[in-house]
Design a protein around this ligand. Structure first.
Ligand code: SF4
Ligand SMILES: [Zn+2]
Ligand SMILES: [Zn+2]
Length: 319
């Protein structure tokens, strides 16, 4: 089959749009979607200048999503002195998993000439995820601990690096899963928070000055296309699953979405576009409710709704 835009062989077919694209036109189409998302979400503020550049910290895990995001942001902003990119990699202490993906992060950052920071649970908190899973003092899934520690480090280092924006490589499948999970759990407040934390255009989000805003510029690109992009660009992405991965409910939703998308191409896109509209309405409705009971953790000083933050109480339970 030929590409729709030239006479090269097509390397992909997108059932949701009906398009067949060759490697060059496919790469161009991915880059275009990411740049359009950056514009629509107002990620580059008017007052960014070469003298007053914005620092964008990318959560760089070494998996295909964050590697593709980093490459595309580099291609987009390499000649733009208003944006400085920093890659931030978190080592959770998971034997045989993270070491290789850290290598991929170092290699990519070197290739692109961007600043790279590597931080670990071991150095920051004195724990490794492999040991946390063994101890399991709270009788929880591994990801429940890991998520608390990761969020803490991302926000601590976003502050330390004076980040204006924290960017992650969530793709269309990830976002459609989260949207559907929030719907099915019936948690409208969570949907409102999602809008203000990472989903809405920056200009429409409620001001949350105590947190660095987040953004997901890859969220219009399906997972398969991110993987194909990484492959065609020969990017040093590391693809193995974490041995502690345990989000069983997300797995069910993922399976459901695969089937729906197969039978009704375009389902992921329509879930997300409806969800974004509903999330904006919910965010308006809950506006002003947030932040009223925020305080500083008495142990570490981070912003929390409790006296001792979740990270500090987990660490206490682990020793
Ligand atoms: S799958 Fe779970 S335990 Fe593994 S790195 Fe991700 S959040 Fe951590
Ligand atoms: Zn073509
Ligand atoms: Zn704390």
């Amino acid at each position: 089959m030929d590409c729709n835009r030239c006479d090269q062989d097509a390397v992909m077919h997108a059932a949701y749009s009906g398009s067949h694209l060759c490697a060059d036109h496919f790469r161009e189409s991915v880059a275009k979607r990411v740049r359009r998302r950056i514009r629509r979400d107002d990620l580059v503020p008017q007052d960014a200048t070469p003298e007053n550049p914005q620092t964008w910290v990318i959560g760089l895990s070494g998996g295909k999503d964050s590697v593709v995001l980093t490459q595309l942001l580099h291609d987009t902003f390499d000649d733009d002195p208003r944006i400085e990119l920093v890659g931030l990699t978190i080592h959770e202490g998971i034997e045989g998993y993270r070491d290789k993906s850290v290598d991929a992060c170092v290699e990519l950052s070197d290739d692109l000439g961007i600043h790279h920071e590597l931080v670990s649970y071991a150095e920051e908190f004195g724990v490794r995820m492999d040991d946390v899973v063994e101890d399991d003092p709270e009788n929880m899934a591994a990801c429940a601990y890991c998520g608390v520690f990761r969020r803490d480090l991302l926000s601590t280092y976003a502050d330390e690096l004076e980040a204006d924006l924290l960017l992650t490589g969530h793709n269309l499948d990830d976002e459609a899963q989260t949207a559907l999970m929030n719907f099915l759990e019936g948690d409208v407040e969570q949907i409102a928070k999602h809008f203000d934390a990472s989903l809405g255009p920056l200009s429409k989000r409620e001001d949350q000055s105590e947190f660095v805003p987040r953004a997901k510029p890859l969220r219009d690109v399906p997972e398969k296309e991110v993987a194909l992009y990484a492959h065609l660009e020969d990017l040093p992405a590391h693809i193995t699953e974490c041995p502690h991965a345990s989000e069983a409910y997300r797995g069910e939703i993922q399976q459901l979405l695969y089937e729906l998308e197969e039978n009704h191409p375009g389902t992921r896109h329509s879930i997300i576009s409806g969800y974004e509209e509903v999330a904006e309405i919910a965010a308006d409705e809950f506006s002003g409710d947030d932040g009223a009971d925020l305080q500083e953790c008495v142990e570490c000083g981070s912003t929390t709704t409790r006296e001792v933050c979740r990270k500090c109480s987990l660490l206490e339970a682990l020793v």
